[in-house]
Design a protein around this ligand. Structure first.
Ligand code: HSE
Length: 306
């Protein structure tokens, strides 16, 4: 195989209680990429449509993630990358992760799958390091593994795929303001109180248990964030109201998607997810901020060939 066309899903990181450790892949929104083997060594981004992002290899997350893979490989050639972005940069639904993870997943396919998915996560994290200054894995892991993932440990890297209940749907609203992950990380405190820690790890355990047992009530009760949301929500106009209306419309829970400004809700069933989307929309219509809404089933397979 000399070339491959792929779909790279958008992802929701943190999922309220799991800052930097939990994430989930979406089905109905994502980028497309075409990756081609070349005789020439190195990586070239030959096309980038949909967003205004750098095309120089060392400035582009797909380029940097791809170089990390090339360095670890004994392949003597190189790759050309075409990127077709549907995920807006700075939206909080894993735009940089989709490009980073997509590049390394496709290259691995073209090289006969010589690397494990865990190794691909490690390469893709280099793209995240370029985008946000921190090599976090909570977007690239669900993009590569599919479904929900837990980063149990960063050193050594240990990622646990978590099953997703059949009827679980996500609603995401993206108010059209840009929040850079690097900026929204800078405002976080570096210490937490034991009291907040106790609440937070109780919720992480509860959410994982709820996902394993398809206990929708438990999933909903566990979608709480006592550490990051109180600080970051200040950057998102209308956040409290959107959350309140989403819950009133039947969402199991609602929080900031990744580093924002997107807001996500998890719901039981597509009908509720659509209703929640409508409730969220009304808030931004009233405030007068443009938005995109995505309603999606959980994507269990992650990146796939088209
Ligand atoms: N865990 C990361 C953060 C995700 O919240 O900064 C960024 O999408």
């Amino acid at each position: 195989m000399e070339a491959i066309k792929i779909f790279c899903p958008a992802t929701i990181a943190n999922i309220s209680c799991g800052f930097d450790v939990l994430g989930v892949a979406l089905d109905s929104v994502g980028d497309e990429m075409v990756i081609r083997k070349t005789v020439e060594k190195g990586i070239r981004i030959t096309k980038l449509e949909g967003q205004d992002l750098p095309m120089e290899t060392l400035q582009n997350v797909a380029g940097v993630a791809g170089l990390a893979l090339l360095e670890a490989s004994d392949y003597q050639g190189g790759f050309e990358i075409e990127i077709y972005k549907n995920i807006k940069a700075g939206s909080g639904i894993g735009s940089s992760a989709a490009s980073s993870a997509g590049a390394v997943w496709a290259m691995n396919e073209l090289l006969g799958r010589s690397f494990s998915t865990m190794e691909l996560v490690r390469f893709a994290m280099e793209g995240e390091r370029l985008a946000s200054g921190v090599a976090h894995a909570d977007n690239v892991a669900p993009a590569l593994f599919g479904g929900f993932t837990l980063v149990r440990s960063y050193e050594p890297l240990d990622i646990i795929p978590i099953p997703n209940p059949e009827e679980l749907y996500a609603t995401v609203i993206h108010p059209q303001i840009e929040v850079k992950t690097s900026d929204s990380r800078k405002i976080l405190k570096t210490n937490i109180t034991l009291k907040d820690g106790i609440k937070q790890w109780g919720n992480v355990g509860g959410l994982i248990a709820g996902l394993f047992t398809s206990d929708y009530g438990l999933i909903g009760r566990s979608l709480e964030d006592h550490i990051v949301e109180p600080i970051r929500s200040i950057l998102i106009p209308g956040f409290d109201k959107v959350k309140q209306e989403a819950i009133l419309a039947g969402a199991l829970g609602c929080g900031i998607s990744g580093s924002g400004p997107s807001i996500f809700a998890l719901n039981k069933g597509e009908k509720t997810a659509l209703k929640v989307g409508k409730a969220m929309k009304r808030i931004y219509q009233d405030i007068g901020i443009d938005f995109d809404v995505h309603v999606s089933k959980i994507n269990s397979e992650g990146i796939k060939r088209l």
